[in-house]
Ligand binder design. Structure first.
Ligand code: TXA
Ligand code: MG
Length: 327
């Protein structure tokens, strides 16, 4: 872990103007979104975008999401698709849609693809910075490539350290899991590329049946978008998974247990960590990445982590935990 020498900016107007000016000048700034912290740069400036890849150690074949303030700005970078009308109500919010790109988007952003991923974020700070800068902002999660995404400003400083000079402190992220990614780039297909806070049920209500193309189903495609690789979001400590409510494997002081909610049958132990009081996945999910990072620093030999019910936001939760456990 590198020494933290990042400078934190507040969400006061003068600091947000400063963040917007830095972005306009081609710098990269970490910003809060409602999902995770993003490492932002002007999406239309290839030199600025290149800094994101360098800071993250991200392969150039992995394309970035472009964040815009509204539907009109979205159409400056992506081709309009009439199916967007059915899902517009999820924006601003934690939904990313892959569409055919417009030619002004640099190849670096799309990894040379004919498509571009776009999102209209809901976080008021991110929105203000887009508006103040006047730039569409390319932003991947603000973590080193392959490591756990940051859901608090200190996570960005801890793992990117002095490589990321500016971090806007917007407190903890609301959802704590990355956006849902929906691919509408083929006119006759609706495909889900990543589970996220907007659930399959919510999308199917608007669009009818959706094809699920996450990495389990399509390894060939996963190789083309490394963000879909099996081993992603991984802490250094090995993780093993247990089913919801299953008995805990025999305890040892080198082993941590990461559970969805308090179990009254268990004795209090320094090795048992709870993601929520209620056991509701929606309450547990925003804490997942923060606790994985914390346990990773505590030097356990192994983390046993409990999966959620595989429905709604539980699909996104299980997806991230399963990838974190992949070796
Ligand atoms: O919640 C989020 O989506 C966060 C915040 C910052 O907005 N961003 C985020 O970005 O998670 P990133 O780069 O960590 O994950 C984006 C994923 C990657 O797996 C990338 O391969 C995929 O989106 N992606 C980007 N453009 C794509 C495209 N044109 N076609 C298919 N997949 C694409
Ligand atoms: Mg990421």
């Amino acid at each position: 872990m590198s020494k933290s020498t990042s400078s934190f900016l507040t969400t006061e107007p003068s600091d947000l103007i400063r963040a917007a000016n830095l972005l306009r000048q081609g710098e990269s700034v970490a910003l809060p979104t409602e999902t995770v912290y993003g490492l932002a740069a002007n999406a239309l400036n290839p030199e600025a975008v290149r800094k994101i890849f360098t800071i993250k150690g991200r392969p150039l074949i992995d394309p970035l999401i472009v964040h815009v303030a509204d539907f009109t700005s979205l159409q400056q970078v992506a081709e309009y698709d009439s199916r967007l009308e059915k899902i517009k109500s999820f924006w601003p919010g934690p939904l990313t849609v892959v569409l055919r790109r417009k030619s002004n988007v640099p190849d670096l952003v799309t990894a040379g693809k004919t498509t571009v991923a776009v999102r209209i974020p809901a976080h008021p700070v991110f929105r203000q910075v887009i508006e103040l800068s006047g730039c569409p902002l390319a932003a991947p999660s603000a973590n080193p490539f392959g490591y756990v995404s940051p859901t608090r400003p200190q996570h960005v400083a801890d793992s990117l350290g002095n490589r990321c000079p500016w971090i806007v402190d917007g407190g903890p992220c609301q959802y704590g899991l990355e956006s849902t990614i929906l691919d509408l780039s083929s006119p006759d297909k609706v495909r889900l590329l990543r589970f996220g806070p907007i659930t399959v049920e919510q999308l199917e209500e608007k669009l009818g049946k959706i094809e699920i193309v996450t990495r389990q189903e399509n390894q060939a495609e996963a190789a083309l978008a490394p963000g879909m690789l099996d081993r992603h979001y991984s802490p250094h400590t090995p993780i093993k998974l247990i089913a919801r409510g299953a008995d805990l494997p025999s305890p040892s002081d080198k082993t941590a247990y990461l559970l969805l909610s308090r179990r009254l049958t268990l004795p209090t132990s320094e090795n048992i960590f709870y993601l929520s009081e209620s056991g509701l996945t929606a309450e547990a999910a925003p804490q997942l990445f923060a606790l994985l990072r914390q346990l990773d620093q505590q030097g356990f030999a192994l983390i046993w982590a409990e999966l959620a019910e595989p429905q709604g936001i539980g699909l996104a939760f299980n997806d991230r935990l399963t990838r974190a456990a992949a070796r």
